[in-house]
Ligand binder design. Structure first.
Ligand code: PXG
Ligand code: PLP
Length: 439
């Protein structure tokens, strides 16, 4: 194990992190295997967040490493512009087979952020190709997270991620989020209250005119903002309103696809098929960067009406369908299937639910919510110091051997799908004592 710590941490400008605080007191991980990380000083850390909601099959899987290595030796890179290599097609076929019927056309990217930009651009180009060029408005949702590209930040609904970047994209509006402590605190699974919040889309249609709206993008379960589970009937209602008004529905499944909710996708779990789906993270188990926007047959067909020989979509990335990423993806999908990991997550979910709701009554806890193998634990903010309490719990948990996530004053858990009940219990126990320690 390489335990060398660089003696100068200055040059790496870390993403979404308090750089100066981290560099004054760094937490460095140097090895990952199964559900664990190891720190540079040899401590074992239980990974309670699957890296960053992405290492669904656990760390250090030899099958993935071998596929990556073999592919890099055989064909390190080939463009997907006018030439191609077989594994990208193979992976696209496998992904489409894993997704609900109709989601059959896979546009590869390198991240969730690129995927969101791709889906938004396909939505706009679709309407133009379909003779409805006036549909240029994109609708996101308050508290939504859709990555860090200008498109994703524009439709995103996290104020901190938006406020420093000027006007962003024009022609954007937002639905209200679905979080309500008053109605839904301590819900297990989908909350009963809140389906009517989808009707806010009708208000936006009334306000702007359906003929101006291209697409609505939502996370089926909002992850980054602290696990907001869709109320019963909410996504179905959003789907129905979109269909009725000719608006494309984009489900951003960067976190939810590949087992997090105990199914191949949230679309499958909730029985709501989008026109476009965004995936990344679990697609390659994060061992190699890759994402994809998946278009429904009906969306794709409009592009394929272009004249013979024409390029149907002027969009792409140097690394779209990268051979090594494709090989990693194929190895990962093999693992998911061979080990039945989506079903495993579904089977483990009741135990996980009981474990996290067992934290009710711990100091400062004002809400606990969960679905599949994801949970949010909301804390009362410390007066005058928002997010400080959650930060302290995060640090204490790490010192006690578990990696969790926090956003604002909400803790998030999303353990690898290979976790056992003992790991879940250990995670809950570490969190309980961290909560009891925090002031
Ligand atoms: N859409 C969704 C729904 C996401 O959760 C992205 C897009 C962007 O993906 P990339 O690969 O560009 O990072 C994400 C990413 C957190 C956290 O704090 C969540 C994400 C990334 C980093 C941190 O929970 N999700
Ligand atoms: N910037 C320049 C100057 C480029 O030439 C390219 C790609 O050719 C890009 C940005 C985009 O890079 P990528 O295709 O990796 O997203």
């Amino acid at each position: 194990m390489d335990t060398t710590i660089p003696n100068d941490l200055e040059a790496f400008w870390m993403p979404f992190s308090p750089n100066r605080a981290f560099k004054a007191d760094p937490r460095m991980v140097v090895k990952g295997e199964g559900v664990h990380y190891w720190t540079a000083d040899g401590r074992q850390i239980l990974d309670g967040i699957s890296g960053l909601w992405c290492v669904n099959a656990g760390h250090g899987r030899p099958e993935i490493a071998e596929a990556i290595s073999a592919q890099a030796l055989e064909l390190d890179y080939a463009p997907s512009y006018q030439v191609a290599h077989p594994k990208a097609f193979e992976l696209a076929n496998r992904v489409s087979a894993m997704m609900p019927d109709g989601l059959d056309h896979v546009f590869f990217t390198n991240s969730g952020s690129e995927t969101v930009d791709t889906a938004l651009k396909i939505a706009l180009a679709y309407h133009k190709a379909n003779g409805q060029a006036s549909r240029t408005k994109l609708i996101g949702r308050s508290r939504g997270f859709h990555g860090s590209g200008f498109g994703g930040v524009s439709v995103g609904g996290m104020q901190a991620n938006r406020k420093d970047y000027g006007n962003l994209l024009s022609d954007i509006d937002h639905l209200p989020h679905t979080h309500s402590l008053e109605h839904n605190a301590f819900s297990r699974g989908q909350p009963e209250w809140g389906a009517h919040l989808a009707d806010a889309l009708e208000d936006l249609v009334y306000l702007h005119g359906a003929e101006t709206i291209a697409a609505v993008i939502v996370e089926p379960m909002a992850g980054s903002t602290g696990v907001l589970v869709p109320p019963v009937g909410y996504l179905e209602r959003l789907r129905e309103i979109c269909t009725r008004h000719g608006i494309l529905l984009i489900l951003d499944e960067v976190i939810t696809a590949f087992g997090r909710l105990g199914a191949g996708s949230a679309a499958e779990r909730f029985g709501v098929t989008p026109d476009l789906m965004c995936i990344a993270k679990g697609l390659t188990n994060a061992a190699f960067p890759m994402g994809a926007a998946i278009a429904h047959d009906d969306v794709h067909a409009v592009f394929m009406d272009a004249p013979d020989g024409a390029t149907e979509l002027y969009h792409g990335y140097t690394y779209s369908g990268h051979p090594v990423a494709s090989a990693a993806g194929l190895a990962v999908l093999d693992i998911y299937e061979r080990e039945g990991l989506f079903q495993r997550a579904r089977d483990l979910a009741p135990h996980f639910e009981d474990a996290v709701h067992g934290l009710r009554g711990c100091p400062h806890v004002i809400d606990i919510r969960n679905i599949g193998l994801a949970a949010g634990i909301e804390l009362e903010p410390r007066a005058g110091a928002p997010s400080k309490r959650a930060h302290d719990v995060f640090v204490e948990a790490f010192e006690s051997g578990a990696l969790i996530r926090y956003t604002g004053d909400i803790l998030a858990l999303s353990p690898p799908l290979i976790a056992g009940k003992d790991h879940i219990d250990q995670l809950a126990a570490i969190l309980k004592s961290a909560l009891e320690t925090a002031d």
